[in-house]
Design a protein. Structure first.
Length: 711
């Protein structure tokens, strides 16, 4: 491995072992520029990339392509980054330096080469880890390692989604197995049902912080248990509750085994809420406390973020299943059945009420939040029965609006403009309005040129993808995708997200005649790019995909509609860096926040969205477009009909005319002004640094005991 004859290779290997490389252009660009083809082929995985070349080849190539000095530079930057504690914020992180935040989440989306995420929740958790590292806020991520990850999507000849799972080669990930002094893997044991499940712990460096992942594929476990962590959101309820016991209880035990004493436990979504039972059990045992005393201690330390107002998004387990799997915990907590089950119930006396993880998390935490202003409101209404003595407005659930990690989603070409127009060190001032103000001086022509370049890259990407989209195995034909008819001058709208019902991917197609007219207008046509996966059990979501895939092959549209299969972070980056407009039309108020539109802002495109989630607090009349005015109907059919009309209206009357209103030089002046205003007015408010500082000040520091927490 370490071979002194190849100093550059050694440096590259070091860079590849810290996920920092994936959000630092100085990091990943050196790999790409050594061999763009291979970089692409290895799915942007630096370890697989280095494995594919001989050290001598890499060394020669680095010298020949003048990447050598950039490797030195990237390596120095990484060392500096990791060695120095962060800028300002870390000073105020206080006791978190000795007692960090333990951040529990079922998925982490850090990079496409590390596929243990499915969607928004995971990407958000990845952004949380990255931004906390940048700011010097000590956080330890706690999750599960899924060797099969989430499924890979392909489309069969009927336009129907097919799912396949491919095993990730652990050797190509920056993971080390946590070992004891004697060199043997640290093994965590968790009682589940009648047995005990063993797990090992993987560690991945994420900048200055680390992510720990439990893996039950361990000798000594029975076959079912070895498979337990194999895939994300697969299997049935039994598998799900077992995974969640491992995540919550195993996570607490893993931290302890590593001598990490968190000051704060942040449950990001309810999946990990069993952690609170384990903490209470431990306090009772070690400090000889009564349950109520132990619970109060746990509550003070616990921060809970809820992520969806959609009822099906909250795990609810039949009481018998809960009892079968976690019954062993009850005597240890010295609770009777009613009390024990009651921690997951709204009505303690309803024997039919299942055990809800969100209820447990709400009951066992002191700081609770939704992920946008509107979602905070909706959550207070949704959970008011847990605080029957309070008015809805006084239900103790606040909000911290999500934000995105700028370095991860900003295109290098746009970054060039940021570097030019902002003061050096702008990356350290992301959470301030002043930090972004310099972009007000952006020269319109320069901004437009940059956007056009990114758009042409997207079109190239689309053309390449649609030609190479894989058919499902066993389906010789697969979906035949005609080549895209995408054109540089045509208004390009992007839509990519999970194909959940409430997101209404087909809203634009409700009135087919109007839709055709819109797409095929002779003077002012529109082209549409879609991507997204439906959950394997969601037939309705799959039907939505089918509907869109059918449209892509309909000759009427002349290739102006495409569907990119197997949506991941790579496709996301291309799309949101290259489209003109990002479309978001959920059924209000079901989109808790939504973050993809925030990534679009950074890259110079405009949002066209229902006033839901973050957009309800972001839209100001000129930083993008609103579909309707936030009207809600109790009847979803009425809501959809109303919103579809509003969507056509805003496209026909505002978006399309403004985009095509070009001056003699071919530039849409008004449009560009809107883009500029979108970046300046929104970038600082909806970035992950702002989000992290909010968590630090409102949640973490109070929970760590720095100031008294509000009840
Ligand atoms: C940002 C992102 C999401 C979340 O976007 P939403 O707007 O919340 O749907 C999902 N998947 C990927 C790959 C992303 O990059």
């Amino acid at each position: 491995m370490a071979d002194n004859r190849f100093p550059l290779v050694q440096k590259l290997e070091e860079i590849a072992q810290n996920l920092w490389w994936c959000w630092q252009p100085d990091g990943w660009l050196v790999f790409r520029d050594l061999d763009p083809e291979l970089w692409h082929k290895t799915n942007h995985n630096p370890i697989a990339f280095l494995d594919a070349l001989s050290p001598k080849e890499i060394e020669d190539r680095a010298q020949r392509t003048a990447v050598a000095s950039r490797i030195q530079n990237a390596h120095r930057k990484l060392r500096d980054y990791v060695d120095k504690s962060g800028p300002k914020a870390c000073m105020s992180a206080g006791t978190l330096h000795t007692k960090p935040v333990a951040y529990f989440c079922a998925e982490f989306g850090i990079h496409e080469s590390f596929p243990i995420y499915s969607g928004g929740l995971g990407i958000l958790a990845g952004d949380h880890m990255k931004a906390s590292s940048d700011l010097g806020i000590p956080i330890v991520g706690v999750g599960l390692f899924y060797p099969l990850g989430y499924f890979q999507q392909s489309i069969d000849s009927n336009g129907w989604q097919q799912e396949e799972y491919g095993r990730t080669d652990i050797e190509t990930l920056p993971l080390t197995k946590v070992k004891n002094e004697d060199g043997r893997p640290v093994t965590i044991e968790v009682e589940v049902g009648q047995g005990t499940i063993k797990s090992h712990i993987w560690r991945a460096p994420v900048g200055r912080n680390q992510l720990l992942m439990l893996d039950s594929d361990v000798p000594g476990n029975n076959p079912e248990d070895r498979q337990l962590t194999s895939q994300l959101y697969g299997g049935d309820q039994r598998m799900r509750i077992r995974q969640e016991i491992l995540l919550g209880i195993g996570g607490v035990r893993a931290l302890e085994a590593l001598d990490i004493t968190p000051g704060v436990y942040h449950l990001n979504e309810g999946h990990s809420a069993f952690a609170t039972f384990e903490l209470a059990r431990r306090y009772m045992e070690r400090e000889e406390l009564f349950f109520d005393e132990a619970r109060d201690k746990v509550m003070r330390q616990t921060v809970f973020t809820t992520h969806t107002p959609v009822p099906a998004g909250h795990d609810r387990f039949p009481i018998q299943l809960f009892e079968d799997m976690l019954g062993w915990m009850r005597p240890k907590l010295k609770l009777d059945h009613r009390q024990f089950h009651g921690y997951g119930r709204i009505d303690l006396d309803d024997p039919n009420e299942p055990f809800c993880m969100t209820v447990l998390a709400l009951k066992m935490s002191r700081y609770r939040n939704g992920v946008s202003n509107l979602h905070g409101e909706v959550s207070r209404r949704m959970w008011k029965d847990l605080w029957p003595e309070r008015e809805v407005k006084d239900v103790p659930i606040g909000h911290i609006t999500n934000g995105v990690h700028v370095n991860s989603f900003l295109a290098p070409e746009m970054r060039g403009l940021y570097d030019k127009y902002l003061e050096p060190g702008w990356e350290n001032r992301l959470a301030t309005r002043e930090g972004w103000a310099g972009l007000g001086n952006l020269e319109p022509g320069e901004l437009w040129e940059t956007h056009q370049l990114l758009k042409s890259k997207l079109i190239d990407f689309i053309n390449e993808r649609v030609q190479n989209q894989k058919a499902p195995s066993g389906d010789k034909e697969g979906q035949v995708t005609p080549g895209s008819g995408f054109d540089q001058e045509t208004l390009t709208i992007g839509f990519a997200r999970r194909f959940a019902t409430y997101k209404r991917a087909d809203l634009l197609m409700r009135d087919m005649e109007r839709f055709k007219k819109l797409i095929n207008d002779a003077e002012r046509p529109v082209q549409l790019v879609f991507a997204g996966k439906a959950h394997p059990a969601d037939e309705y979501g799959k039907a939505l995909i089918q509907k869109i895939v059918k449209a892509t092959t309909d000759p009427v549209f002349e290739g102006r509609i495409v569907f990119l299969t197997d949506y991941d972070m790579n496709i996301a980056r291309h799309m949101l860096q290259g489209v003109d407009v990002w479309l978001n039309n959920p059924r209000r108020p079901q989109e808790a926040c939504g973050t993809s539109g925030q990534k679009v802002v950074l890259n110079g495109a405009l949002n066209c969205s229902i006033l839901d989630g973050w957009w309800a607090e972001a839209y100001d009349g000129r930083n993008g477009f609103a579909i309707g005015n936030g009207t809600e109907y109790a009847d979803p059919g009425k809501q959809d009909a109303h919103d579809a009309k509003e969507l056509y209206k805003v496209l026909e009357n505002e978006v399309i005319p403004l985009y095509y209103d070009k001056d003699q030089t071919g530039m849409p002046r008004e449009w560009i002004e809107r883009v500029k205003w979108s970046i300046i007015s929104l970038g600082w408010r909806f970035c992950a640094s702002r989000m992290l500082l909010d968590y630090l000040n409102h949640a973490y520091l109070p929970a760590s005991g720095a100031t008294s927490a509000e009840m």
